[in-house]
Write a new protein. Structure first.
Length: 165
């Protein structure tokens, strides 16, 4: 699944984030990465740039903060057991919350040992209150499910492993 945002969708997303209590948000696509962080401490560089001369009679004003993060993610996905060469990793195509079933109390989409087919729903990833069904891109047997129900996942995190066939 490829994530693409046009200019209008980006503005709507930022408006929703501005009206929410979310302090940090990250969205990654094949060719972009968007990070929004609020309430960050003021850096020395920003403080120096916004200082007011002693000649001025106006009080200093609060300057909105914008931080571009060029470093590696601060919370990398948890380590996963080493992959076996004969298994295919099913990874998260987006940041979200992993759900094994369509609703609480309902049976899981798949269990370890189940056979799955191409296009079969294997889980749901909730992102911004939208439920996104993740469909299998391979036929085979589910060998491992590496994420607990209701757990937040990162883009590219391994959710389960399938033995093709």
């Amino acid at each position: 699944m490829s994530i693409q945002l046009d200019h209008e969708e980006l503005h709507r997303l930022l408006a929703v984030l501005a009206d929410s209590d979310i302090q940090e948000f990250r969205l990654e696509g094949e060719d972009f990465r968007l990070e929004v962080r609020r309430n960050l401490p003021v850096s020395a560089d920003l403080t120096a740039m916004t200082s007011v001369s002693s000649v001025s009679e106006t009080p200093p004003q609060q300057v909105p903060q914008l931080k571009v993060d060029t470093s590696a993610p601060s919370n990398p996905p948890p380590p996963v057991p080493a992959a076996r060469a004969d298994l295919i990793d099913v990874t998260a195509p987006m940041v979200g919350t992993f759900y094994r079933a369509p609703a609480p109390g309902e049976p899981s989409f798949v269990e370890v040992g189940n056979r799955i087919g191409v296009g079969q729903t294997v889980c749901i990833l909730e992102a911004m209150k939208l439920m996104n069904e993740l469909e299998s891109e391979v036929s085979g047997e589910v060998i491992e499910i590496l994420v607990e129900n209701g757990t937040p996942v990162e883009f590219g995190e391994v959710l389960m492993r399938v033995k093709p066939g």
